[in-house]
Each structure stands twice: as C-alpha cells, then as structure tokens.
Design a protein around this ligand. Structure first.
Ligand SMILES: [Zn+2]
Length: 112
C-alpha cells in the first residue's frame, strides 16, 4: 500500500493545446495573467473589468487574425494565428492575445 505519486506534468501536443485554447474561460485567462504578472488594468480607462468575446457561430472562444484588404477584413486563406479577445466593459478597448500558448498552459495544469 502506498500513495500514488503525483502525475508528472506533460508537455501538451499542438492538438491538445489547440483544444484547450478553444475551451478557454475568463477564469483561465485571469489565472494565467495573474501567474505571468500581466496587468489587469485597462490602458485606456484604468478599469479592471473585462469580458471574454465569443465569436458568434464559430463554436469556439478563439478568433483568428484576418487579412485586411482595401475592401475590409477577409477570412484568412493561409495559416492564421488563433487568438482570443477580451474587451474592457467600461471603454470597450480590445485586447488580443495569442491563444495557443494559453491553451498549452491550461492543458499542462490539468485545468478543466
Ligand atoms: Zn477601458
């Protein structure tokens, strides 16, 4: 009889990181920012209240950078960077961060 040793952290595969990135919550993001000492203060209005944007109809909380053309943004036809957007609930300033690193971080901490 003995205790089971704690599971060793395992590095996430790109697929695992992408899946975790698609399931990010505002709580995950807040925890990640706290751990990495990322300022929660809006650079425009100094509010600390953010809302995680979920693109309508995509079934995921991640967005992708879009190619800008003179006619406006178009869906990327090339490999794009998954990102997430948070918006200041006071002044509507948008913050965009790459999602994969946060998905990798989430997976490796076993967060659900
Ligand atoms: Zn603001």
């Amino acid at each position: 009889m003995g205790t089971t040793p704690p599971e060793q952290p395992r590095e996430a595969t790109p697929e695992e990181a992408a899946k975790a990135a698609a399931e990010l919550t505002l709580s995950d993001i807040t925890q990640f920012f706290d751990e990495r000492k990322v300022s929660p203060v809006c650079p425009i209005c100094s509010s600390r209240q953010w809302h995680l944007l979920t693109p309508a109809g995509e079934g995921t909380k991640t967005t992708r950078l879009k190619k800008l053309t003179p006619q406006g943004p178009v869906d990327a036809e090339y490999p794009a960077i998954p990102t997430f957007l948070v918006i200041c609930t006071n002044c509507n300033f948008l913050r965009e961060h790459a999602a994969m690193a946060l998905g990798k971080w989430k997976f490796e901490r076993g967060l659900k």
